[in-house]
Design a protein around this ligand. Structure first.
Ligand code: LER
Ligand code: MN
Length: 271
C-alpha cells in the first residue's frame, strides 16, 4: 500500500486538502516528508503545468496517484445529475479533461462530489440515469486513455446519491468495466457503514482507492476511528492501491501531513 497526500493550489479554507499553495512546492514537501505520491485537487485540470509537475515528480521519486475533481462541483456547480442538460454536458466535458490530463500524469480520476445530488423528490431513477449516461461517456474516454475512474461513496450530509459502499457497488456493476472502481473514504464510512472491515471485504477487488481521515476529519490518530482494523481489512483483500490522506489541514498542513504519515507507517509496520 502506497501513501499519498492531497494537495491543492487554491481551495476554500474548510476543504479537506492537506498541503496548499503552488503545486511544485507541495510536491517537494510531500517527497521530503516521505510520501510516495500526491493527489492533486484542481478545479480545471487545463490549469496544471503538466511538464513541470512530471519533472518535479521524476526528481523527487514521486507519483501522482489521483486527480480529485470535486472543486468543479464546489466552485463551478458542475454535476452529472444537474437538472439542466447543458450543465451536465459541461460536467462531462470537465471530467473528460481530467481524464486526459490524468493519462499524461499516470494518475486515476476521482468522481466524488461531481456526481451531484438528486434534487427532485420521487425522481431517483431519472437522475440516476443522468449520472449513468455521463459516467458511460467518461468510461469511453477512460478506456481510450487507460485511466481508472474511482467512484467515491460520500456521506448523506453532502449528497443523497451513493452514500454507502453497497450503493456504490450496486451502481458500478452495471458498467462491468475494469476502468471503474469503488473509492472509500474513512470519514464518510464512519457515518454510513455498519462495519468498516465488512464493507472493505464486500468491496474486495472492486476497491480501487481509499481516503484516510479520522472521525472528525482531522488526520488519522486525532479522532476515534480504528485505523488498525481498516489496515488489516485492506491487507486481507490484498489491496494494492493508494491510501491518500484527505483531511483538514489542522493544526497546520505540515503537522497534519507529518503526523498522519508517522501514525499510518507505525500501523502498517505493526500488522
Ligand atoms: C472528496 O474526496 C470528499 O471526500 C468529499 O467529501 C468532498 O469534500
Ligand atoms: Mn474523500
Amino acid at each position: 500500500m502506497k501513501l499519498s497526500v492531497s494537495i491543492a493550489q487554491n481551495a476554500p479554507a474548510p476543504a479537506p486538502f492537506v498541503l496548499r499553495g503552488p503545486y511544485v512546492d507541495s510536491l517537494r514537501k510531500a517527497a521530503a516528508l516521505g510520501y510516495d505520491a500526491v493527489e492533486i485537487h484542481v478545479r480545471d485540470p487545463r490549469e496544471l503545468e503538466i511538464e513541470q509537475i512530471l519533472k518535479v515528480c521524476r526528481e523527487e521519486g514521486l507519483t501522482v496517484s489521483t486527480l480529485g475533481t470535486g472543486l468543479g462541483y464546489v466552485v463551478d456547480k458542475l454535476s452529472l445529475t444537474h437538472p439542466e442538460a447543458k450543465v451536465r454536458q459541461e460536467a462531462v466535458k470537465r471530467l473528460l479533461d481530467h481524464i486526459e490530463v490524468a493519462s499524461y500524469l499516470g494518475a486515476g480520476v476521482i468522481i466524488g462530489s461531481m456526481r451531484g445530488v438528486i434534487g427532485e423528490a420521487g425522481q431517483f431513477k431519472q437522475y440516476e440515469g443522468y449520472a449513468a449516461e455521463g459516467l458511460a461517456l467518461c468510461l469511453e474516454k477512460a478506456k481510450e486513455c487507460g485511466v481508472t475512474l474511482f467512484l467515491e461513496a460520500i456521506n448523506r450530509y453532502e449528497t443523497n446519491f451513493l452514500n454507502t459502499a453497497e450503493e456504490g457497488l450496486d451502481f458500478l456493476v452495471r458498467f462491468n468495466s475494469p476502468y471503474l472502481k469503488l473509492h472509500l473514504d474513512t470519514f464518510h464510512m464512519n457515518i454510513e457503514e455498519v462495519d468498516f472491515s465488512e464493507s472493505i471485504k464486500k468491496a474486495g477487488e472492486a476497491l480501487g482507492h481509499v481516503h484516510f481521515a479520522d472521525s472528525n476529519r482531522l488526520y488519522p490518530g486525532r479522532g476515534h476511528i480504528d485505523f488498525k482494523e481498516i489496515i488489516i481489512a485492506l491487507r486481507d483483500i490484498a489491496y494494492n492501491g493508494y491510501i491518500a490522506l484527505e483531511c483538514l489541514p489542522y493544526p497546520s498542513p505540515e503537522e497534519a501531513a507529518a503526523g498522519a504519515l508517522k501514525y499510518i507507517k507505525r500501523l502498517l509496520a505493526g500488522i
